[in-house]
Design a protein. Sequence first.
Lengths: 803, 553
Amino acid sequence: MPKPVWVWVMCFGLVPALMAAPAESLDARLAQLERRVLEGDNAGTGETETEEQELEEQELEELEELEEGDGGARERVFYPLFEEPLLTLPGNLATRDFHLQLPSHITFLSGSELRLVLYPSEEVLSAICTYTVSINGMELSGAVVEPAASEVPDRSGLRVRFPVPATGLQHGWNRVTLRFRLQHDPGLEAGAEAGAWLLEREENRLRIEFERLPLFPELPRFPFSYTEGLLLRRGEREDTRVGPHLAILLPRDVRDVHLRGCAILGARLGQTGYFKPEDCTFANLERWEEASQGRHVVVVATREEYTGLPIPSDFAPVLAGLAPGQGFIGESLRGEGREARRWLIVSGADDEGLEKALLTLGSGPALESAPPNPSVLDSVPPLSEETENLTRPGPGEVTFRRLGSGVVSMRGVFESEASVSGWRLPPGYQLGSNSRVTLHLDPSRSLRPEGSWLDVLVNGEEIGRWKPGDETGRLNMVTFELPAGLKGRDPMVLGFRAHLDVGPVSCEDEVEVAAWLNLGGYSTLEVTAVPVAAVGVGAIEESLLRDAFMRKAAILLPWEPSLRDIRLLFDLSLHLGARLPSSPVLWPEALRFSAANPPVGHRVEGRSVMVLGPVRIWEGAVSGRVPVLVDGDSEYPEAVRIQGRRHDLDEFEPTVAMVHMRPSPWSPGAEMILAGGWRDLGGESLRRWLFEPEVRSRIHGDLAAVDIEGRVALYDLGAFNEESFAERLKRMIPAGLSAAETRHFLAQEEARMEDARKTNWMLALVFGSLLILLLGLRVWFMWRRMRLRNLREGRGSHGEVMT
Amino acid sequence: MRRMLLAGGLCLLHAVLAGPAAESGGAIAPFRPAPEAGSNAVTTVYYAGTRTPYSLGDHLETLRMQLLRVRTRIEMVPMARAKGEEPGSSDYVVVFCPQPFPEIPVEFLRALTEVEAPVLWIGYGMEGLREVDSFAGVFEASAFSTGASDGVLHYWGRDWPVGLDPWIPATILDGDKAEVVMTMHVPGSPGPSHPVVWRVGRVTFVATVPVSGTLSYLFSDLLLDFYGVEETAAPHVFVRIEDYHFRRDHGHFRRMVDYLYGRRLPFLVAVIPADRDPETGEVRGMDSNPEFVSALRYAQGRGGRLILHGYVHAEGEEPGQGHEFWDAGKDRPLEGLTPGEARRRMESGVRMMWDQGLFPLAWETPHYAASRSIYAEVGRVFSTAVERVQLSDATHLETHEAAGLTRDRHGRLIVPENLGYVLDAEEGAFEGILSRAGILMDLRGSIGGCYIHPYQRLNKLAGLIEALEEFERPFLDLAELDHWVELPDGLLLVGGAERAVTLEEQMVEWRAYDRSGRVIREERDPLPFSGVKTFRRRGVGDYELFRFRRGEP
């Protein structure tokens, strides 16, 4: 097969030119580029700024031409291939996949293009023959090699544009594959420095030419039909982003059913993986006109609560005719063309009906089988046995073939990756003992044992390595134990990273014929799964995601929640929903509480409960059924009781959010997590605990506190504690100090403690030695006295009678 | 824009001439109107041949279907027997001469001038009328024909680009006695327009054999004048989602359904209900694929009218890829396929759909290819077919694309697919459809049917629908017509359909369903019944299903 022209251009043109560049210059360039991007100072050099301006101007001109020539129907979007500002790829890479998610409501047009700018290090330049690019398995051709963007050698790179045919792109996930073809110098030993490729996010982009399809109601695609417009904004810079994409409208007086609606909506929207809290705004129904401007809208309200809101003419009679207990879901469109927006009306004759509608919205299968739009719902959607099975771990033994992967193939010199997913171990479960994966290996006979291996990973964690010769039996099988206790995830991914070495190869060799490793479709996963036991306040996900449909999660808010409180509930649900992307049903519970109105039993029974509220009302949530170690003092509003002792709030850092784990008073075996600030829900401090993995990873125990600066105080009620929690709180999160000052203070404290420990040790040593000496003397004197007595009485030194 | 204005103008003209479309005489009435002589009128066709030269198709069957777009009874008489016939006893007389130099008895020609019924002369042999007093000196027609591939026909005040083959040259000698209805002009030629259809008294002459293409559509429209039809329905259009089976992308199919339902447009879905396992060869019914069934229910509840499209629609290949009832390689009926086996497949397909609450209203023959014996079996199970009809057992390559609703020789109501399908191409994917629709949508009572495969992207469907909507014609809802589907153990009635069934000690269970397949009411007869019983709709819901069970009550 003849090589594409550009390959020769690259091999004999640009690459040799780059190879001729001095090594210091290349290193300097890479260092400079890395430094510049990592520092976020793109305007650090005059050349960079000019280049970016030129790029923007060029794109602007192209866009203007586009709009003039096509009446504005044709649009263009730039998709970065990866999220990191700078990506470093190993120089010995054979293949690398990038995955891009594209929306379904657009039509791809001709004229799309993939732009790649790769900066190779000197070592890479000596090894690379060429590279090819494919999209969804279709190899791209007709590439154009661009001239270097700058005369400055440090800004040189391999700049290539590939035309992308409209048929090469697809809705949903797309895979862009870079395949590098390397030569192997006989003098270069395996493990020698391979160099690296550097890629900048802003330079490596897929330009997509498209038209929007007209919007039409399509409830079964919820929530994606409401969120996928965000995918078109992925390439936008932060400073050009417009406001929220979706508005959720609620009545002024929210009840439990509205809260549950927000929890279900949040969880379902979170499943998309790209919907962020800032993409959504909340408003009261009275403000519908302002809040809905340019946004898709979801309204959650019973029939009587629709006051002043225009209802589509074909919905009004249906809504009016609802019988008690009936729910309603209707989707309509407002606006024309690009201004068209979706309106989803979730309603019911009463709270019972509204809840049916919300549960339908929370279930993909229910939306698919619901009556035509607008839908009147008579009952809570049933769950089939098949759907119910999805909450449980997959079969104990499953082949790759059954997982839909077939043969897993890795090819090329040197590094390539592959993965197998579809293996089900929901977040509420973890691996038990005796879990393993048995691989049926089919390696090329040309592989050199000393330079070839296969790393096996589970969810990114390496669990073992195979080298040629390790396999056993006629079937070339090799088994790896899976780590017991590994927590379930959605999705579970079994990863493979191969390093294939077939010895010296040149650019003329068909190296992929020799360098390959296949894993047979009958490779088997044997898994034992056990439920996760939540340990400590850091394990909120394990606690609330015991059920993959979130039916065992309940979130409680104060009796009269503000929109800010509801926002927190929504964000938490969004966060949890993102952990369950493949769950077809998400039905979390959410309700209000106060001392006078404790949670309704059946809504919290059998669930892990998260109580969000200021510490002073925590007691109201449990009504004394479980001792709570932190609570308000009814006589002193500005005081709090911690472990039974009253403390003024002034003693503590005001931004602290407290987290307390107790057994659920409503269900044996379930947990309750109480979280909140002194006077409110904990604000940003609580958010840091909830949503920042780094902060949460530092929190454990039964009782913990975190402040806005990320300082934490931990307390384990089951362990011996020298101090009370209040003392520890004051020590670990002293009021009025910054995090740095606290660290300094704690370091001093630690140093003092260390000194005290040393002194104690010396004293113990001295006095201990003295004591041992005294005891020794005492024993010696006793022995001596006994010996003398025996001698006096005519016996031996040990008391025997002498004859 | 011009097309819309023209369409609007013609629509107005039709409305003035025909008045409002009458729905009172049953749902079919507007599409298959009664002739001026009444719905019991008899049309006698005297034919000198059954096909045009070099053709394997049965064009007499084509003519029958063209004539049956009005409610008339057809009697076919070979010209050899015409000597002893009395044409005057018919309400309408048609002379069909598809080949040159037909042998027509002189007595017949003379008798023709005396009949009071309207006469339609199609094709060759008009030169013989020179000797007949009534026509002598009025026109002159050639005994031979030629062809004009790029002619323009002028008819109803509009030019229609059409290829005319065969074209029998004729000249009008006495313009006072002959009324020219349709003329042809060849672009670029300096000469005058030539008459193609003209009327002399009660006799209408057609100087061509209009059995296919645009000419066939115009001829179908002309027939309305021949039969003196005054009321016709507005032209309708329909879109069929084709070859929907197990292995399709059901999510994408739902999106197509949502798009159509969002625009409140009824549509058709051609369902292949079973699938042959590629590895084991085992045939699996739709009950083994809940997602497929669920998607069909979804479509049925949202304006999708289901059609049974074969059973597996393949002999070993991917569903939808192969001929099920015809040997396409040898172009002959499939060896070993008995009518009984074909019927067993049809019944099995219907039964498995009924069991899932899905109601096929009509039949579509895979690749429009089947022998007459298979069609006869189809006609015993389904009252309606949405398709083009294969014209003979000699080849599957010649089919009839009707311009409107008609019936075939087996009594099936034919809802014509005549616009073609959406191409799997980025550019011009439905140009052919729009080109034909541009003709059909300007003709009275016509139906333009096209189809799109469910693998096509949504923008294709959206583009097609938007383009079709520009014609400003309603979309045909198949459920508004009358249909029955009969099995040995059940009968489905839709619209105003009725059907006589012979029962043998069988219990009758009756269920009424709405269009989404939900049971509205059900009843069971207390005693078994034997004998012939005529079942009629009870007027509950949209679909009524009678199941016949043997045994004690």
